[in-house]
Ligand binder design. Structure first.
Ligand code: NZQ
Ligand code: ZN
Length: 385
């Protein structure tokens, strides 16, 4: 029986030219901090569009939020907000900038040491500053969800937090902003969104018929548009759809009332923290290996996935499961995203430190049935070599 509360307060403003609507979305008297990453938003004109839309407002800026945003950098933004008494945040960038902004929003209001927000996975967050986002990279879904992942450089810890207080008030999605993305980031976006759907779908049948059908349609859309997105001549229809699929893949709709896995992400975060490999690339290594190792527990859903997503109807159950996993790997590889440790210069010596970090972070009972112990994570990592 399904049993859930669904709540998502983020308004989405979608389409070419939609940055101009910022002036209506940001409160008139707000004292604003615009947060951004490295140089991309300046170079491609996004920041200038934002400045134009907010002309005459009280604006401060904070740049330099790195991919896999760090606590160390973000605490400088927290100080800036406090010392200038700012009251509204605007993230301009990809998942890293939006996640970083969520952390700043929660940390400014938090009385204790802000790393506690991550250690408690968000449980200590009682309120947060209001904020909006202008998305420049479709991938994470951070623009319409209440999660964030922050890295503490000093300890190589990459931890996530969730809180209803950090849903963006609004997010502006102008798919033409993806036109300056390098191929690697576009491919990462497809793989990240695909894996988000899999984390919420590839568990066991739980009676969420529409959640399943919706997930399958998101996966099929990603399979269709993946190659088109990488076309050097920007394909507008593909970019529009990647942007919307990536948002829908992680905004709570497909997980409503059904079990979720997330072990691929938790293992992947440790790999990023230790080896500085892009988030999506860690997922491409871990997801197929995870499906291989846990094929018995996921059997019913793997067969459904084989039939409905990959149209595999011939052969025995085992053959169709094998083929569905192989298709998943081949899809990632076809986007130029390798699925093996060896392709990233890692070998078996990388496994112990990853398992050690999982243990240090309490990631000892992962997955939809909490049965992904450290021993199972080790098997998954071995299967990814
Ligand atoms: O820093 P700049 O110069 O802006 O360049 C960025 C960055 O180098 C560049 N970029 C962004 N938009 C661009 C652009 N370059 C050209 N044109 C544009 N329009 O892309 C690079 C990567 O950006 P980043 O924001 O790091 O990528 P992504 O959106 O993939 O975010 C990854 C982060 O999100 C977390 C990941 O763990 C990782 O830290 N995630 C957040 C989630 C969430 N909040 O729900 C879920 C995800 O599973 C994920 O864990
Ligand atoms: Zn992800």
């Amino acid at each position: 029986m399904l049993n859930f509360t669904f709540h998502n307060p983020t308004a989405i403003v979608f389409g070419q030219g939609s940055i101009a609507q910022l002036s209506e979305r940001v409160p008139v008297n707000a004292r604003i901090l615009v947060l951004y990453g490295g140089s991309s938003a300046e170079k491609n004109g996004t920041l200038n569009e934002v400045r134009t839309a907010l002309q005459g407002r009280n604006i401060h800026e904070f740049g330099g939020i790195e991919p896999n945003p760090t606590y160390e950098t973000l605490m400088r933004a927290v100080d800036l907000v406090r010392s200038n008494d700012l009251d509204f945040l605007l993230a301009v960038g990809g998942g890293s900038v939006i996640d970083g902004t969520k952390f700043v929003a929660a940390a400014v209001h938090y009385q204790g040491e802000p790393w506690g927000i991550l250690e408690s996975h968000g449980a200590v967050v009682q309120s947060a500053m209001p904020f909006g986002s202008v998305l420049t990279l479709p991938a994470t879904g951070s623009e319409m969800n209440s999660g964030a992942v922050i890295t503490r450089r000093a300890t190589k810890a990459k931890l996530s937090f969730l809180s209803d207080h950090v849903f963006p008030r609004f997010s502006i999605l102008d798919p033409t902003k993806t036109n300056t993305l390098p191929e690697r980031q576009l491919a990462n976006g497809v793989v990240d969104a695909f894996t988000h759907v899999m984390e919420q779908y590839m568990t066991y049948p739980a009676g969420g018929l529409i959640q399943d059908r919706f997930s399958e349609s998101l996966l099929q859309t990603l399979i269709d548009i993946g190659p088109r997105v990488l076309d050097p001549q920007p394909d507008e229809e593909a970019r529009d759809n990647l942007t919307w699929v990536a948002t829908l893949a992680l905004n709570g709709l497909i997980s409503a009332g059904v079990p979720e896995d997330w072990s691929t992400h938790m293992i992947g975060h440790e790999i990023t923290a230790l080896h500085d490999i892009d988030h999506a690339r860690t997922l491409a290594m871990v997801l197929p290996a995870n499906l291989k190792v846990r094929r018995e527990a996921k059997r019913a859903k793997l067969l459904q996935y084989a039939a409905r997503v990959w149209q595999l109807h011939e052969g025995t159950d085992e053959m169709r499961i094998d083929a569905a996993i192989a298709r998943t790997e081949a899809f990632f590889e076809s986007l130029g995203v390798p699925t093996r440790f060896s392709a990233y210069g890692l070998d078996a010596t990388a496994i112990d430190p990853i398992v050690h970090q999982l243990e240090a972070h309490g990631m000892t009972a992962l997955g939809e049935r909490s049965d992904v112990t450290l021993a199972v994570s080790r098997q998954i990592l071995e299967a990814a070599l």
